[in-house]
Design a protein around this ligand. Structure first.
Ligand code: NAG
Ligand code: NAG
Ligand code: NAG
Ligand code: NAG
Ligand code: NAG
Ligand code: NAG
Ligand code: NAG
Ligand code: NAG
Length: 832
């Protein structure tokens, strides 16, 4: 008994560790209601708990549904006599009684609950050995189309009952691409992305999958598994874009009219149409069967094709697949009449055009489809007005609309304008278009003179230029005021000197013969003038000017004594200004038309520089010339007849003097206001400018500057700034308060070089506010008595103010003043 008890306590320990335990974690104790968790499948005789008896209780007993599994020993050991099975019964309830020696109940019945804990003692099993399913081509990837289902009796709350599905093999299998996938928890089978894309019943209509299911979530190598075979049939996708539809425009049938259809693979889909481009109107609809309708008549001329999408959605509004593109082409009917290019088409035709000439092409338009009978146009002339000189002068090309001359060429004189009515027709419609044809004149008439000989015309040779000496007249029968009828008169003979001109009156075509250059008895006493009348436009071929377009007259010029004439209007000479007195400068010549001798003289020689030889016309200098006085010297020369009426005429003699360097440089202006403030606090400088009177060299002056005397060099310095400007600087500060005349030598570098010595007055004076106050005695110029008094008074007044200002300023900024003034005079010499 003791050894058995010992054994039992050992077992109890094992029991606790391996099979069950009380909720308090103890394995023995007094009788009270208790719950135990015990793994199923344990060997029999496993001890669950030991109840200890309190006197007078000496023994225990079980009541309730012990089901032959549980037993209690009189000493209180509760144990199994059969293995538990959770799948049969997962919770057991019974009671324990404590009895005394007499068998009377001392305690209890106390309820005891045994919860059976699962062990993985069941394998998962597919419900079917073989599954069969179908899938539509192009189904949405991931959307389940069938399930496989297995069950495992183990507790689904533990890994023992958690199932894991897998596709083991897919047959056929190309390049290891899986077309199918399985949800590892639910067993739902769907297409992969590749499957949705590539499955095609035409290529392979059926697949076989080997799927497995494992328990323990598939993660344990001790898990149980089962397999099943799945046969899948791929069915054709009927969600396909229909063939492009053709709809005849302007249909009179009642709308809507079914034009095509789409179908989702399964019933119950919702269909929608979606526009591809935004349209002002969208005349299509779809019904719940997927039938597509056109809702109103279409107009090909407005839009000749439509593209839009059909969409299928599930009840939640999710698209079931990709949208289908629907193409609708609008077919033409002949519903547009031809239209004229403009209300009135105007063509022009020249008179004399040959038969068959192209006058113009009438191009009417038809909006209906090109290159069909609907827009193929035919042309026919239905009326011509006026019917002058006959009807049917014109014809029109039946197919092209080209209008031609059919019977004869036209004359503007006969009829200048025709109106044609042209009927333009397509298959069903007729339109009338209007054409105007204007006949334009051509130059087929020549000018004809009224007279062929205008006789003798006698004129004095001094008849004034501009005088009209004769009016001639020719006429032209072409269209007035055109280049075909306008007349230009041209002297073709007898006026080589072009002394005459002929102006035409535009309205009358009269020709006014006018003197343009003076007549000359001496060279042309009698001229036989021939005039031709021409049009500015060329004549048409076949027509030429004939004798009627020419006229003549004789010009007889009578002699008048005329003044001499110079050979030139202006004579020019060009000499250097330093030519010796008596040099010949130029030569003028004049001739008398009547051949008389001539005597020359000068007029306007205001400087008395020139002399003219009365006989030869040679001109000489009689005094030194000076370019700086007159660079262009103008005098008049006079030629006078010797004898006769002593008529004279005048011409110009222009003498240009070229420069020689004969002027020394000088200061550019009078420098009277240059000053330095005294006492001088620091060396300063002044800028001055030089010039000279000779012609400025092309690149400007290049003067050089130096001090005029050596004893100035201790106090002053001159430095060149550029060709015209130089700087005079003080070398020290030790100057008296007076005016220094600084002599400066300026050289012009000319050929020969000339030098000028100039004197630059520089004042050292007391400064106030940057202004120089010179002592009265040093003022430039001599003031009058009145001015002097005024100046004196003003000076006193100013000095008073200045003293006040100076006083205030001295108080204010003490020593700075001098420095500022010296700097001021360096950068900015003051003007007087
Ligand atoms: C699988 O079978 C179990 C038991 O028959 C059932 O409860 C469950 O709903 C099924 N699952 C599917 C997805 O059919
Ligand atoms: C099971 O499937 C889910 C997605 O459905 C995935 O996240 C998970 O990794 C899968 N488990 C295993 C072990 O492949
Ligand atoms: C339709 O045709 C009729 C003649 O057949 C025409 O008058 C009408 O303008 C056409 N409508 C359109 C929109 O083309
Ligand atoms: C041609 O028609 C135009 C416009 O109707 C009219 O002004 C003109 O006088 C007509 N010409 C002839 C020659 O009938
Ligand atoms: C014109 O003058 C010429 C001589 O110059 C003379 O022979 C002729 O008869 C004159 N003609 C007329 C019409 O006076
Ligand atoms: C010149 O031609 C015109 C017609 O163009 C004709 O009337 C005239 O007689 C001709 N004159 C001469 C001199 O031949
Ligand atoms: C005058 O002659 C000089 C030297 O020959 C020449 O350079 C200059 O251009 C001439 N001037 C005139 C106005 O002809
Ligand atoms: C020469 O220098 C003066 C003073 O700096 C300046 O005003 C002038 O424009 C200069 N002349 C030329 C041609 O550079």
């Amino acid at each position: 008994m003791m050894s058995q008890a010992h054994l039992h306590s050992l077992c109890l320990l094992i029991l606790y560790l391996t099979t069950g335990y009380s909720r308090e974690g103890k394995f023995s104790g007094p009788l009270k209601p208790m719950t135990f968790s015990v793994f199923e499948g344990q060997d029999q005789n496993q001890i669950i708990f030991q109840f200890t008896a309190n006197p007078p209780a000496v023994t225990f007993e079980l009541t309730g549904e012990t089901e032959g599994i549980f037993q209690i020993e009189p000493n209180g050991y509760l144990h199994l006599i059969k293995a538990l099975d959770r799948e049969t019964k997962s919770v057991h309830n019974f009671q324990v009684l404590a009895l005394d020696a007499q068998g009377a109940i001392v305690e209890g019945p106390v309820p005891i609950t045994i919860e059976v804990k699962d062990i993985n003692d069941n394998r998962p099993m597919f419900h079917q050995f073989k599954y069969q399913g179908t899938v539509r081509q192009n189904s949405r990837p991931g959307k389940p189309f069938m399930y496989v289902n297995a069950t495992d009796l183990d507790d689904p709350a533990t890994p023992n009952g958690q199932l894991f599905y897998q596709i083991v093999v897919q047959l056929p299998n190309v390049d290891n691409v899986m077309y199918f996938q399985i949800n590892n928890k639910t067993g739902a089978i769907s297409l992969t992305r590749e499957g949705a894309w590539e499955l095609d019943p035409a290529k392979n209509p059926s697949y076989n999958l080997m799927v497995s299911v494992k328990d323990m979530g598939g993660q344990n190598e001790n898990s149980f598994s089962d397999t099943a075979s799945v046969d899948i049939t791929v069915m054709e996708n009927i969600w396909k874009a229909p063939e492009p539809v053709e709809v005849v425009e302007n249909s009179t049938d009642p709308h809507p009219i079914k034009i095509t259809q789409v179908r989702w693979n399964d019933p119950g889909a919702l269909y929608f149409l979606v526009e591809k481009e935004k349209l002002p109107r969208f005349p299509f609809s779809i019904d719940k069967e997927g039938d597509i309708y056109v809702t109103q008549p279409l107009d090909r001329e407005e839009k000749d094709s439509y593209v839009f999408y059909a969409v299928a959605k599930d009840e939640q509004g999710n698209p079931l697949s990709y949208p289908l593109e629907i193409h609708v082409k609008v077919e033409d009917i002949n519903d547009n009449p031809p239209s004229c290019p403009s209300p009135m088409t105007v063509f022009e035709v020249q008179e004399n055009e040959m038969l068959g000439s192209n006058i113009g092409t009438l191009t009417a338009h038809d909006l209906d489809k090109e290159n069909t009978l609907h827009s193929f146009l035919e042309y026919r002339i239905v009326e011509q007005t006026p019917k002058l000189p006959t009807d049917e002068i014109f014809l029109i090309q039946f197919a092209t609309g080209m209008i031609q001359l059919a019977k004869r060429s036209l004359k503007r004189q006969e009829n200048p304008q025709y109106n044609l009515t042209v009927e333009v027709s397509d298959e069903d419609f007729k339109t009338l278009c209007y054409v105007q044809i204007n006949v334009i004149d051509i130059n087929d008439q020549i000018p004809i003179f009224d007279k062929s000989d205008y006789g003798n015309l006698t004129l004095a040779e001094d008849t004034a230029i501009g005088t009209i000496i004769l009016i001639i007249q020719a006429t032209d029968a072409d269209e007035p005021l055109t280049g075909s009828s306008k007349i230009i008169y041209r002297i073709v003979e007898g006026d080589n000197e072009e002394r005459l001109g002929i102006d035409t009156d535009l309205h009358t075509n009269a020709g006014y013969v006018t003197i343009k250059k003076s007549l000359d008895f001496e060279t042309a006493a009698v001229s036989n003038i021939v005039v031709k009348a021409e049009n500015p436009e060329p004549l048409v071929s076949g027509v030429t000017y004939n004798e009627s377009s020419f006229a003549k007259f004789t010009l007889i010029v009578t002699d008048v004594n005329e003044a001499p004439q110079f050979s030139q209007h202006t004579f020019q000479a060009n000499v250097s200004e330093d030519v010796a007195v008596g040099t010949k400068l130029g030569h003028v010549t004049a001739k008398d038309p009547e051949g008389l001798d001539i005597s020359y003289s000068l007029r306007g020689d205001k400087r008395g520089w020139l002399r003219i030889d009365h006989v030869t016309g040679e001109i000489f200098s009689v005094a030194p010339l000076d370019r700086e006085a007159e660079s262009l010297y103008r005098v008049q020369v006079v030629a006078t007849e010797v004898g006769g009426s002593s008529l004279s005429s005048m011409s110009q003699f222009h003498l240009t003097l070229t420069d020689v360097n004969d002027n020394p440089p000088r200061l550019a202006k009078e420098y009277t206001g240059l000053f330095f403030c005294h006492p001088v606090s620091a060396p300063g400088s002044l800028i001055f400018e030089a010039t000279d009177d000779d012609q400025k060299p092309f690149r400007g002056h290049h003067f050089t500057f130096s001090l005029g005397s050596e004893n100035l060099q201790n106090d002053w310095e001159v430095s060149k700034i550029n060709g015209t400007h130089a700087k005079l600087s003080t070398k020290h500060t030790n100057f008296e308060e007076k005016v220094y005349e600084i002599s400066i030598r300026i050289s012009d570098g000319g050929r020969p070089p000339l030098e000028g010595i100039v004197s630059l007055p520089v004042t050292f004076c007391t400064c106030v506010e940057g202004h120089c106050f010179k002592p009265v005695g040093h003022q430039d110029g001599m003031p009058t008595v009145g001015m002097a008094v005024g100046i004196l008074l003003t000076t006193f007044l100013v000095i008073g103010i200045i003293l006040a200002v100076v006083f205030i300023r001295m108080k204010k900024d003490k020593g700075k003043d001098n420095v500022e003034n010296a700097q001021g005079s360096e950068t900015k010499p003051l003007r007087s």
